[in-house]
Write a protein that binds this ligand. Structure first.
Ligand SMILES: Cc1cc2nc3c(=O)[nH]c(=O)nc-3n(C[C@H](O)[C@H](O)[C@H](O)COP(=O)(O)OP(=O)(O)OC[C@H]3O[C@@H](n4cnc5c(N)ncnc54)[C@H](O)[C@@H]3O)c2cc1C
Length: 445
């Protein structure tokens, strides 16, 4: 049995920043991850750096994006302080000095144009790292933590969490078990479902939060340039006419790529932009916000059911469809796609019919959202725009936590995407810092 003071489950941004906070505390700390070190990992979701290691690192440096301070029992100023600490680490390990979202006149202009069409524009400072820099940064951060006496137990998937006499015992796959006085669980979206089962078994009653379901939209880069110059990843929100639902843009990748995220039972789409290698296309997620009420509150199962259905219809691959075909109620075929004026950046896909894969309400929201956004991004709702499905953001299991991200089991903390209280690299890192800081305070170190 390997005995430590603190076990951090997950080496994504939340886990790494929790570890960073414990550097110099004298507390014996281990970070466990089912994936490998930055030099050898190949998985998009697992390994040191987490899901963030393969992203292009758009760092949202405002408390308004990625979470809600009130949800964490904090105010915006407090969260901004944590964000500044996170930003300082990223810049120390190689994030560029330059950031977008500083051109006040440009921001006001977009806001003015957006509000004319009932579109909400959320602005804030953003740093864009790019994939190559993110990987280098994760590697430097990992080495720094190793040099600072933080241990790593890699290629070690935790299968079961046990609590005995106020001690956490983590049962891994093959490696010896780890025993810890504190547990910070940060398994990300990919491990959220597993953690929920474990937490429920241990008596932590989790709540259902909303999920976002939709598509990845790909269009010619030129039509987005005026917005991109002001804010790299602009956040735009609309209320749809038919259902009065909220639809939002998320994770914009100017001249980037659409990518596949592979899970055990389904595939999803996502996007990123490389530092080296640009495409002619820009993509963003267009997502419809879903909050279920009694008697079907389990948003995770609902989202998983949609993901599995879409994956079945796509024959194990994401579905691609031209907007024109979706509007005309027919599937896309390879031949129809070849008639489009833009080529897809993700080619291992199945041309098909998104209306067979996503609920009708979501499809209606996507179509209406695109039409509304076309007012400020002219050309977005054109026939040749490409749609990929399914894109689903699971942040839906919410843990009741105190201000320190501690659950109802003393010493059991959750942070990052899996906590249900945040999304994205920066907020995940912030919640990791909050958990690490709370342990230091309790131990007075
Ligand atoms: C392609 C892509 C692009 C993205 N782009 C951006 C972006 O530009 N900006 C942004 O803010 N966000 C982006 N995101 C989202 C961002 O990466 C996540 O929000 C963030 O990484 C969440 O951090 P986390 O620490 O909570 O979890 P993760 O980063 O998901 O890390 C969780 C870690 O836990 C490990 N784990 C899970 N279960 C177990 C287990 N049972 N045992 C051991 N280890 C386990 C996993 O291997 C993983 O390494 C992107 C995501 C993807 C997939």
């Amino acid at each position: 049995m390997n005995k430590v003071d603190v076990a951090i489950l997950g080496a994504g941004p939340a886990g790494l920043f929790a570890a960073k906070c414990l550097v110099g505390s004298g507390l014996k700390t281990v970070v466990i991850d089912r994936g490998s070190d930055p030099g050898t990992r190949t998985s998009i979701s697992f390994g040191v750096g987490g899901a963030g290691a393969f992203s292009d690192g758009k760092l949202n440096l405002t408390p308004k994006i990625g979470g809600n301070p009130a949800d964490l029992g904090r105010n915006e100023t407090e969260i901004q302080c944590y964000i500044d600490q996170v930003d300082a680490v990223f810049t120390r390990f190689g994030a560029p000095e330059k950031y977008s979202g500083a051109d006040k006149e440009g921001l006001v202009d977009i806001k003015r144009r957006a509000s004319r069409y009932g579109i909400e524009f959320i602005s804030g400072r953003q740093r864009h790292m790019g994939t190559t820099r993110v990987r280098r940064m994760v590697d430097l951060f990992y080495r720094y933590l190793l040099d600072s006496q933080i241990s790593f137990s890699l290629d070690n998937q935790v299968k079961r969490i046990e609590v005995k006499n106020k001690v956490f015992i983590l049962h891994g796959g093959g490696n010896e078990n780890i025993e810890a006085h504190y547990l910070i669980a940060t398994p990300g979206r990919a491990g959220a479902y597993w953690l929920r089962e474990e937490a429920n078994r241990l008596g932590i009653v989790t709540e259902y939060g909303p999920i976002d379901v939709g598509v990845r939209v790909e269009f010619p880069a030129e039509i987005y340039t005026t917005i991109e110059e002001v804010m790299y990843d602009a956040k735009l929100r609309v209320r749809t006419a038919t259902y009065d639902d909220m639809v939002r843009t998320f994770c914009t990748n100017p001249r980037g790529f659409v990518v596949t995220e592979t899970y055990e039972e389904f595939v999803l789409v996502n996007g990123h932009a490389e530092n080296e290698g640009e495409t002619q296309n820009t993509n963003f997620a267009l997502l419809s916000h879903i909050d279920l009420t009694d008697p079907v509150e389990d948003t995770t199962e609902y989202g998983r059911a949609i993901a599995k259905l879409a994956t079945t219809i796509g024959g194990g691959k994401p579905i691609i469809q031209r907007l024109k075909d979706l509007k005309n109620g027919r599937r896309s075929t390879l031949e129809r796609l070849q008639r489009a004026t833009i080529g897809p950046t993700l080619v291992d896909v199945t041309p098909g019919d998104i209306s067979m894969a996503l609920p009708a309400r979501i499809v209606a929201n996507i179509l209406e959202g695109l039409d509304q956004l076309d007012n400020i991004i002219p050309g977005l709702a054109a026939d040749n725009t490409l749609l990929y499905a399914p894109e689903i953001k699971f942040y839906d299991t919410r843990y009741p936590v105190n201000r320190s991200m501690e659950t109802r089991i003393p010493g059991f903390f959750v942070a990052g995407d899996a906590s249900g209280h945040c999304r994205g690299i920066v907020y995940s890192a912030v919640t990791g810092l909050i958990a690490g800081e709370a342990i230091r305070k309790r131990e007075r170190v």
